[in-house]
Design a protein around this ligand. Structure first.
Ligand code: GLU
Length: 485
């Protein structure tokens, strides 16, 4: 059997974390099994679905690197892959279901149904349709239609129980009187999710439906429809939900929740994919860091757990830091570029014309940050002398030895354009000998003179990346500000 799975988002905005994980598990399952991964756009909710949102889904999938084999733009043997283009198919199947007695036209109005629903709620029981239209004759139907009454199409819960087979939850038998006869096409012709999803999955030859377990309660209805259309239901795998750190369902109030928000916040797709893969899945060797290629080999539905996953923002950040540090520096610069430009530290032209230099800057700070968007904060030291000297720096500059160290440093770098590493180190050695100052008082004096702070990248980098003219200017300005001139 060749495996076919699908990701079936509704186009209502950027992909959400929960759906990213669903897409990823489908993708990894397909790739690990040599199967096909299909993208289907579930846009039957005409009010909420937009083509712009559909584009956002393509963008997000592309960014994440989840390439699909069939889909609306890509085509494929089982298209169209956008539900609004499949209404004829849904209608055709609905007619057949009516003919065979699995479905019927229901003329009950919204008001009538609301009354039924209220009554059930007052009596403290779950609402199920009372069955008023369940046995209308052909003549009655024709008569009501000729009067212009619009009917919905209702599927008959035709057997008392239905078995759902789930890879994660095992076999579950659902009583169908928990929901009763349910609408599959609204009076305005709009088909309902539980119905279209079955028609599509059946016709698209989907073998495994992997989705969030919030859909588990929909599955008995879907399983009934499979039986009615004479198709074998796919294997279901309902994956547990994702919780926030407080163990409530992950939502906006926990922080970023859409792919776009994470991307903008400076997360790398490698970290997103790796981290998301570990939400309710684990490898058999307790390893946690995986590239996409490794995941494609390692992933197995057997190791997807039943328990909900807690989204640990700190762990994702930590992982992001690891991926930042593993990038080639030129690629990392490309990734950080938009953030550097946006911060106003340097424009695109400067970065392109001084690529090597900016790469060296980045290399000196990249161990310190975990989000691409943090890069400018750490790079700032190379572009600006802060207005103020920090308290700790002031303390260092106030040491009796600092003025001597800085005066000598200025003297020794004078006339040069840049210091290379060797020269810088040699100069520091000479100053050490000549002033009998070493360790912190020596190095911190120079650092604080140049950066006005006791923290920051290695002086080996700062002193060799900045031109001597700038080093000189900075030290002089700092000495003056600190009253050392
Ligand atoms: N459009 C549905 C959703 O986004 C698809 C659910 C399913 O996979 O069946 O929740």
């Amino acid at each position: 059997m060749s495996i076919r799975v699908r990701f079936a988002p509704s186009p209502t905005g950027h992909i959400h974390v929960g759906n990213v994980r669903t897409a990823l598990f489908n993708y990894l399952f397909a790739r690990s099994q040599g199967g096909k991964f299909i993208l289907r756009i579930e846009d039957t909710d005409l009010e909420r679905s937009t083509l712009e949102s559909e584009e956002l889904i393509y963008e997000d999938l592309e960014w994440l690197g989840l390439d699909y084999d069939e889909g609306p733009k890509k085509g494929g043997e089982y298209g169209p892959y956008r539900q609004t283009e499949r209404f004829d198919i849904y209608n055709k199947y609905a007619e057949k279901l009516i003919e065979e007695g699995y479905a019927y036209k229901c003329f009950c109005t919204k008001e009538e149904l609301d009354t039924e629903r209220e009554k059930a709620s007052k009596e403290g029981r779950a609402y199920i349709y009372g069955g008023k239209c369940a046995h209308l004759t052909k003549e009655e139907i024709a008569e009501r239609e000729s009067r212009g009454e619009k009917a919905s199409i209702r599927f008959r819960a035709f057997k008392p129980t239905i078995l759902v087979q789930d890879m994660i939850h095992g076999d579950i038998e659902f009583p169908t009187n928990a929901f009763g006869d349910f609408i599959i096409i609204r009076p305005d012709g709009a088909p309902i999710y539980n119905y279209v999803v079955v028609i599509d999955d059946a016709l698209m030859k989907i073998t495994h439906v992997i989705r969030g377990d919030d859909h588990l309660s929909n599955t008995p209805k879907q399983a009934l429809i499979y039986e009615a259309i004479g198709e074998k239901a796919p294997v279901f795998a309902h994956i547990p939900m994702i919780l926030g750190p407080d163990h409530a369902k992950l939502s906006k109030r926990h922080g970023n929740t859409s792919v776009e928000e994470f991307r903008k916040a400076g997360y790398l797709k490698e970290a997103m994919i790796n981290y998301m893969s570990l939400l309710s899945w684990s490898s058999d060797d307790e390893r946690e860091l995986f590239t996409m290629e490794e995941l494609k080999e390692k992933f197995s539905m057997k190791r997807v757990s039943k328990s909900a996953a807690v989204f640990d923002f700190d762990k994702l950040k930590w992982m992001n830091g690891i991926y930042i540090r593993s990038k080639e520096i030129s690629e990392l610069l490309e990734l950080c570029k938009p953030y550097i430009i946006e911060s106003g530290l340097a424009d695109e032209k400067y970065i392109n014309e001084n690529k090597e230099k900016v790469e060296a800057m980045l290399l000196s700070v990249r161990d310190n940050f975990t989000l691409l968007s943090d890069a400018p904060t750490y790079l700032k030291v190379y572009f600006e002398l802060p207005d103020e000297i920090t308290e700790e720096a002031m303390e260092m500059l106030n040491l009796p030895t600092s003025k001597g160290v800085l005066d000598l440093f200025l003297l020794k770098i004078a006339g040069k354009e840049y210091l290379d590493l060797e020269t810088y180190r040699a100069i520091m050695k000479e100053i050490q000998k000549e002033t009998l100052t070493k360790g912190k008082p020596l190095y911190m004096a120079v650092r604080c003179g140049i950066t006005r702070s006791t923290k920051g990248p290695e002086m080996d980098s700062v002193a060799t990346i900045l031109p001597v003219a700038e080093l000189t200017e900075r030290i002089k300005a700092t000495m003056e500000k600190a009253g050392m001139a």
